[in-house]
Write a protein that binds this ligand. Structure first.
Ligand SMILES: Nc1ncnc2c1ncn2[C@@H]1O[C@H](COP(=O)(O)OP(=O)(O)OP(=O)(O)O)[C@@H](O)[C@H]1O
Ligand SMILES: [Mg+2]
Length: 571
């Protein structure tokens, strides 16, 4: 290694530094920066490993259009030393693809397709293999088959070259359909905490009601999350990019893989909402013939095209590539797994955020019963509750980095008092929010928090407020019912004595007086009730008001940002 100073103390020359020049593979990079993949902290790392394997299984089953049956088993092998096994009934892999799938970073079937899937990057599975190798030195085991032919493989990753190293591959003699992966890891820890694998799988079961998940914990406890729906979600479809938000670089990249022979045909076939009129407009604004071969486009020409894109008013991007879970399925699943007393589910219409990406929000609030997190018992022995916020992106539970997530911010900025909930933090509520998109704007590569784009924030808040309205109606109804019962009780306490007294005075039968009194009070109760309802009803916000409030917040945010940049410039 070279010193920072050479012999005459003047620092290194370019020639001396040249000796230090190295190339690194992407695997070496991520090996050094594991935290970027969420592989940080002993509990979080284990949850991330389970998450990577399970999301792959679910994506694969969805592509093959089969009802997923997933088994997850975590076995303790020693101190902070575990084996993780995940098995699915998906389409399986081939002997040709298994190496790349589990032993090469940035390889897969999803990165290049604009499709609503759980995986996006092509690093999850190989990242886990790298961690197994880095902490135990051991290869991973994979069994995969399509029902007719199966094989078992033992493999690892060569981090210097980012290439798979197949140690052994054999025919698997038994009938096998799907993929099973088994890997050993050290420096991780199993815990049944809010951020552990149990909670991750419980939430995965809620957001994937068509999935059966069997989980075997290190102490042998077996939990089965049964499916509550037999409908396999429709396969998500690939959505071509919308011209708005397209960069020159992205456009040129698309020209390398297009099948079109002319730029005009390329624009028409590879973009969303591109009509003849738009192409005519582009031709008018560019200095080259659109009959040109797209592969021969140069930067300046591509720039002319993207500049013209911005001037044209295109129809809003397609939203039919989105696959929500659906109100009914979310409701059923929450009922079965959370067991609340009351449920309120809302599915918003798909819309678009900046850059032209379609997205949609689904929300469900469970109230009372077993909803909320139980934090212990108070002096009277009743459960002390805390709100439980379940965040999901493309059906994947997000357990970490909640503070910086748009979903958490949305929950915190809704005025829940308007919906009869005095303190949302200590309310017996389980709030489920699902944001789905062909491209989720995560705040980091760990994919745990959604960025607070204005349009996304607005939709999240609208969805929550809508659920709030339904909760309010239920809470008000419940309160009225309780008041009624209390008053009735009070009356029953005195009715008999009053009836005896009146009977003595009037000589009427005690029973008949008692009956009449009951009728009068019940009649009165009704009047009282309607009064309470009107008087106590807090003002509800209309969608218009919500939009106005969001607008105000947006302006305020812009103001703060402006001030900050001004301050930075002054510095
Ligand atoms: N259980 C499985 N069944 C079938 N194919 C799988 C399975 N697991 C992984 N694959 C294949 O291996 C590829 C690589 O998986 P990996 O998790 O590394 O990346 P990804 O899922 O594409 O993206 P991300 O890094 O965001 O998870 C996948 O794209 C998929 O084609
Ligand atoms: Mg994956």
């Amino acid at each position: 290694m070279a010193n920072n100073n050479n012999s005459n103390g003047t620092g290194l020359t370019a020639e001396q530094l040249q000796k230090e020049f190295r190339e690194h593979s992407v695997a070496e990079f991520f090996k050094k920066n594991k935290q970027m993949l969420g592989l940080t902290g002993k509990i979080r790392t284990l949850t991330t490993i389970v998450h990577e394997y399970v999301t792959n299984s679910l994506d694969a089953c969805e592509e093959a259009h089969v009802l997923p049956e997933i088994t997850v088993k975590i076995t303790e092998l020693g101190n902070e030393y575990y084996e993780v096994m995940v098995q699915d009934n998906g389409p399986g892999l081939t002997e040709e693809t298994v190496g790349k799938a589990f032993g090469k970073l940035l390889a897969g079937t999803k990165f290049h397709r604009r499709i609503q899937q759980r995986g996006q990057q092509g690093i999850g599975a190989a990242g886990a293999t790298m961690l197994a190798l880095g902490t135990t030195g051991k290869p991973i085991q994979v069994i995969s088959g399509n029902g007719k032919k199966a094989f078992s493989a033992s493999l690892t990753i060569d981090s210097k070259t980012n290439q798979p190293k197949i140690i052994k591959i054999d025919d698997f003699k038994k009938e096998f359909s799907g993929t099973a992966v088994k890997a050993k890891f050290k420096e991780i820890k199993y815990q049944r905490s809010e951020q552990g694998p149990f909670e991750y799988l419980r939430r995965t079961a809620i957001s994937n009601p068509h999935t059966k998940i069997t989980f075997i914990e290190p102490d042998g406890t077996k939990t089965v999350f049964n499916r509550t729906s037999k409908d396999i979600p429709d396969q998500p479809i690939e959505v071509p990019p919308h011209p708005h938000g397209m960069t020159v670089d992205e456009l040129l990249e698309m020209t390398h893989i297009t099948k079109a022979r002319k730029v005009s045909a390329f624009l028409k076939s590879d973009f969303d909402r591109m009509g003849e009129k738009a192409i005519e407009e582009i031709q008018k604004n560019t200095h080259f013939d659109l009959n040109k071969d797209p592969k021969k486009l140069v930067w300046e020409e591509a720039e002319e095209i993207t500049k013209t894109f911005k001037k044209i008013t295109f129809i809003a991007p397609r939203t039919d590539g989105l696959r929500p879970i659906g109100e009914e399925r979310i409701g059923k699943s929450m009922k079965e797994i959370v067991e609340p007393e009351f449920l309120s589910v809302v599915e918003r219409k798909p819309t678009v955020y900046q850059g032209g990406f379609a997205f949609q929000v689904e929300a469900c609030v469970g109230f009372g019963g077993n909803a909320g997190r139980t934090m212990g018992k108070d002096d009277e022995g009743t459960d002390v509750k805390k709100v439980e916020i379940m965040r999901f992106a493309n059906r994947v539970p997000l357990l970490f980095d909640s503070g910086g997530c748009a979903i958490t911010k949305a929950v915190q900025t809704v005025d829940w008092r308007r919906y009869g909930i005095k303190d949302v933090n200590s309310a017996p509520l389980t709030i489920f929010i699902h944001m789905l998109s062909v491209h989720i704007p995560y705040t980091g590569a760990g994919k745990q928090a959604v960025a607070d784009e204005d349009e996304i924030m607005e939709e999240l808040r609208l969805a929550l407020m809508e659920t709030g309205r339904k909760i309010y109606r239920y809470v008000a109804m419940k309160r009225r019912e309780e008041e009624k019962q209390q008053k009735r009780k009070l009356f029953m306490k005195y009715a008999t004595e009053v009836a005896i007294g009146l009977s003595g005075l009037t000589k009427e039968k005690k029973e008949s007086i008692e009956k009449k009194l009951l009728q009068i009070v019940l009649h009165r109760l009704k009047i009282d009730e309607s009064k309470t309802e009107q008087e106590n009803a807090p003002e509800e916000m209309s969608e218009e008001e919500i939009k106005k409030e969001n607008e105000k917040e947006k302006k305020q945010k812009e103001k703060v940002e402006k001030k900050q940049t001004k301050r930075k410039k002054l510095k």
